[in-house]
Every structure is written in C-alpha cells, then in structure tokens.
Design a protein. Structure first.
Length: 431
C-alpha cells in the first residue's frame, strides 16, 4: 500500500473507532424542524447559537471513500476525500432560513460553493428562496447524498441536475397531498461534475400522493411526479458518469438554440421499504454541426429503478421532494437493564440494503456529426448498483457498494473495454 493510501486508511479507521457503535446521545429535533435534520447528531453537532428568534448552526460534512476499481479501470485504487464541506444554517421563527455550504475541495463546484440562499416561508404552501440553489427535477438529486439509498447518482441526475443562481418557490397544498417547486435560474451555475451551466433555465416539478386519503396505511406512501425544464438557449456540454465517477459520455459545449427536459417518476414507501422509478427525456434543438447546418438531438434519455429495505425496521421518510434519514432512537429511550432484541438492534443503529438499475440511451447523431467520439462516449450504457448502508448514529453513515457497468462501446475510462466492476466503502460524517 502506498504511503498516501496508508495515511487515508488511518484517518478512516480513526473515524470508525471513535464514532461507530456508541449510542445516540440525544439531539435537537426542534432546530430547525425536518429541513435541517441531517446535522442533528447529539455529541458532535457543530456550533449552535440561539439569539432571540434566531437559531444558527455552524457545522460541516466529511466523506471519505475507499475505492477498489476493476483491473482495467484507469482510476487508481485507494482512498480519497469525496466531500469536505462547511455547513452554515439559520432559522428565524421557523419562517426565515438561510443555507450556506462552501466546498473546500472544489472538485465538483464552481467557485467552491454548493448552495448559498436565503428563504422565507409565507405559508406551508409558499416558501421563497433566492441565491445559489439546487435545481433538482427528481427525487434522487433532491435527496442529500448521505440519505440516498443507492450510492451517488444515476445517469438521469447527470442529464438535468444543476446548481445555479436564481429564484425558487415551493410548497405543499391540500394537507400535503400535493407538493410543487418552481425555479428560474440565470445560467451562472454548474452540473454534478462541476462543469459550467451557462444557459438560463425555467422549470416546474410537482409530486402528488393520490392515495394518501385512503384508510389503508400501506397505500398512503404511493406517489407520482413530473417535471419540465426549458432553456431558451443551450451552449453547455452533455456529460454522464457512473456512480463511481467514471466518464461514459461527454461532448464539448453544444451551440444550440434551446433545450427541454421532460421527466416522470413514481414511488412508494411503507414502513422500512421504499421503491421508485424515474425517466427523463431531453432534447437540444438547432445545434450547429459540421458544414454549417443545424440539427435537433431529441433522444437524450435515461431511466432508473431502485428499491431499498431498512433491515432493522426503521421508518422511511419523504418530505419536500426528497428522502430524509431514518429516525434513530435517543439514548434516553435505550436506557434499560432488560435485554430486548429490538432495543439491541436500535443501539447498533440502522441497516439498509439497496439496489438500483440505471440506463442511458443518447442520440446516435451526436457521434455521426462529430460532437463526441467512441472511446470517450458510449451511445448506450447501463449500471447496476448494490449497497449495504449502516447508520450507526445520527449524522454518521457507512456505505459499502458494488457498481457493475456495461456499455455498448469500449470506453477509455474502462481501459479500452466495455464493462467495469468496482467497489467502494464510503464513510460520511455530518455535524
């Protein structure tokens, strides 16, 4: 093992030894409710200050990966930091909020900043945010990385996910039967890999729970959603990668007149189970091609399906367009001298097993017009992801994952082959 890898191994091992199976020491469930639940972590919960009607939190997030790639993969095995972020969050009377999340690594952001926005809730049906916001047209990208069942992103999130400067409104109506989010951004943002997004975009996303009024509990968690995004100009690139960040499709900036993304999703959760499927269909119109002509590329498609089960029986939660972390019992609830199997399981935390299949099918004309090349890109590619996730306590997640990729064409990222089988162990600490 190289010296650098051994150094990161010692860092990772130290985190596990100190943090892993100790019981949850409490939390601050009321600060702020649900929206900021990802940093409620008892003993290590960042710096908090209550001043009048303001509650302010200063914390961070660290994610360290141990990676073992397929023998043909061009990436090196070893340890790497995936995330080193600061988190500065605030809440005013449960009405006003701000969110500032600097990225200290700077690999996947523009100007070392993920989100920087201020918002105000006029009503449960109307919250307004302005600043650098996440534009998520699906549940997967809307969910924070530490709360996703399947590791990292599928192809569909890469196609239309972005962070950008703009205005965003969202809210829940009809007793949470229907949730919506509308966004307008200026085109000063970046995608999931840090590539610039220079095209302005207008989007709407809506999710409904049509069976939530029924008396059968197991049906109430069924939901369906759609989203639509439109850009009056498109001078950006197309980029796709596997969950372990191996590039499977890339173009230079496309000089197009407009772009649109249409997406649908369905899902269901009940008790410890959650399932979902998503599909996106995109098009970039009037793109300049060789010979001075223009062409429409209207087959930019991807779909994915996933399922997950909290083996330890914890409850799945979904709110405001995304999955939330499982609720772990507090230390006070665990104090007992009597032996109880379920109490023992809860003291060990939450275990989850998850699977996701994803497919991307991109317009073949992009190759024929010379806007991308085989080797860099594959016209169709698919991944299967299997994860075992452990939540030892609030704010700490350990993911063990396997990702299998099969492409239609040989890729440079896979050492000139058309398939890859790689493994990851990720430890994420949010405080």
């Amino acid at each position: 093992m190289r010296k650098s890898n051994f150094f990161w191994f010692r860092i990772w091992a130290l985190m596990i030894c100190i943090l892993a199976p100790t019981a949850h020491a409490g939390g601050i469930e009321s600060y702020p409710p649900e929206e900021f639940s990802f940093f409620q972590w008892g003993a290590l919960r960042g710096l908090e200050k209550q001043t009048g009607d303001w509650a302010v939190h200063l914390g961070g997030q660290l994610a360290l990966d141990a990676l073992y790639y397929d023998s043909d993969n061009v990436k090196d095995n070893g340890f790497r930091w995936q995330t080193v972020n600061l988190l500065m969050l605030g809440n005013y009377k449960d009405r006003g909020q701000f969110h500032l999340e600097p990225d200290l690594l700077g690999n996947d952001t523009r100007n070392n900043l993920y989100e920087a926005w201020a918002g105000w809730s006029l009503d449960p049906a109307l919250r307004i945010k302005a600043g650098l916001v996440k534009v998520a047209l699906n549940t997967e990208f809307a969910t924070r990385q530490e709360n996703r069942a399947a590791l990292d992103y599928s192809f569909s999130s890469y196609l239309d996910g972005r962070y950008d400067l703009g205005l965003q409104v969202d809210g829940a109506v009809w007793s949470n039967l229907f949730w919506y989010e509308a966004t307008a951004v200026a085109g000063h943002g970046f995608d999931l890999d840090g590539n610039s997004r220079d095209a302005a975009q207008f989007s709407i996303r809506a999710v409904a729970f049509p069976l939530s009024r029924l008396r059968f509990e197991w049906l109430k968690g069924a939901f369906a959603g759609f989203s639509l995004a439109y850009s009056p100009d498109f001078d950006d690139e197309l980029f796709l990668a596997t969950p372990l960040r191996s590039t499977t499709f890339a173009t230079a900036d496309l000089d197009g007149d407009s772009a649109r993304w249409l997406r649908g999703e369905i899902g269901w959760y009940w008790g410890p189970l959650r399932f979902g499927a998503e599909r996106v269909h995109g098009a970039v119109n009037d793109v300049k091609v060789s010979g001075g002509g223009r062409n429409d590329f209207d087959q930019l498609t991807s779909w994915s399906a996933y399922g997950a089960w909290y083996i330890t029986g914890h409850q799945v939660r979904w709110k405001q367009g995304r999955w939330l972390p499982p609720l772990l019992k507090s230390g006070a609830e665990q104090n007992s001298t009597e032996f109880d199997f379920m109490r023992l399981m809860d003291a060990l935390g939450c275990l989850e097993i998850a699977f996701r299949y994803a497919n991307a099918d991109i317009d073949r004309d992009l190759f024929e017009e010379g806007l991308t090349d085989y080797g860099i890109s594959s016209q169709e590619v698919r991944t299967a992801t299997l994860n075992l996730n452990w939540y030892p306590r609030q704010g700490l997640v350990i993911n063990a994952g396997w990702v299998k990729t099969i492409a239609d064409q040989d890729l440079f990222a896979f050492g000139g082959t058309d398939r890859d089988s790689s493994f990851i162990l990720r430890t994420t600490l949010t405080f």
